[in-house]
Design a protein around this ligand. Sequence first.
Ligand code: PLP
Ligand code: COI
Length: 334
Amino acid sequence: MKEIKGFSYHKLGRRFVCKYKDGAWEKGKLTRRANVVLNESACVLQYAQTCFEGLKAYRTEDGHVVCFRPDLNETRLADSCRRMRMPTLPEGMFLDAVKRVVLANEKHIPDAASGGSLYLRPYVFGTNAVIGVKPASEFQFRVFATPVGSYFHGGVSPLRIRISDFDRAAPHGTGHIKAGLNYAMSLYAITDAHEKGYDENLYLDAATRTYLEETGGANVIFITKDNTLVTPKSDSILPSITRRSLLYVAEHYLGMKTEERKIALSEIGEFTECGLCGTAAVISPVGTIDDHGREVHYAMDDFENTVIAKLYHTLLDIQHGKIEAPEGWIVKIK
Ligand code: PLP
Ligand code: COI
């Protein structure tokens, strides 16, 4: 498998599709059809009734194919479905679909040494026609796969991000689930950020615009002078599986202290390192946060000598089976 650069969609041979109608999910099957045909008034098209997940399958050095903590993606997808008034999946369907899609597209899983992986995108959406504002009664659950390299251009070269003037999620809104609408409303902000030379937006809490939340596609982590990993606590950010895993890795593998707490914007100059974490982002170092002209710099250029690099390598080694994972983190597909 040739090396995959960047994070983009490649149409592979097979994907999983399962329909929900008359109050029940059918069995589901693999299909070659990548296009979805929908009524013009489908709830997903008119009212954005959709949510998704993202996880990766890796080829380990000893030739197995594994994925990382898929049970947490399954639980989060169910949380998203409930909040979006969509039916949750029958027991076992999520993992079964993921495994079938990985195996059906196995030849596209990048080699362990290339740093690439097979990104899986499970999603649920309302398919039947509605015109008054109400949830659909028919749905599809689909999973497709695409081989990916690094999410940000430049791999591990430090990112330049800005404090956003736009908000991502309201208090009591949908920031804590993986609803497509959260991403739709970030498209203006991310395009504007790119046009102005930034890699991402760092959002603040919408109520007070005082505390850090997360970026459009990743949670944020900081390291303090005394080697503590600090990350924002908020009810309106996505509960990142990578962030939750890193907190464990920091404490139990690297002997670090960790804090999940509110982080004020005024504190960002006090940290020594910064990174963005997520399935797609893995851990991407942040070199600069620009708060309306007040630039805070983190010494991330010499990446291999950072604490974040230790977290990064430990996490990757766990994911690729090079060091022992905590019980249940690695699910063998083959
Ligand atoms: N925050 C947002 C908004 C995301 O889209 C993602 C990606 O899934 C994350 C955080 C990271 O979550 P995870 O580590 O579960 O992929
Ligand atoms: C992921 O990391 O899986 C995501 O969904 C982030 C997305 C912006 C690509």
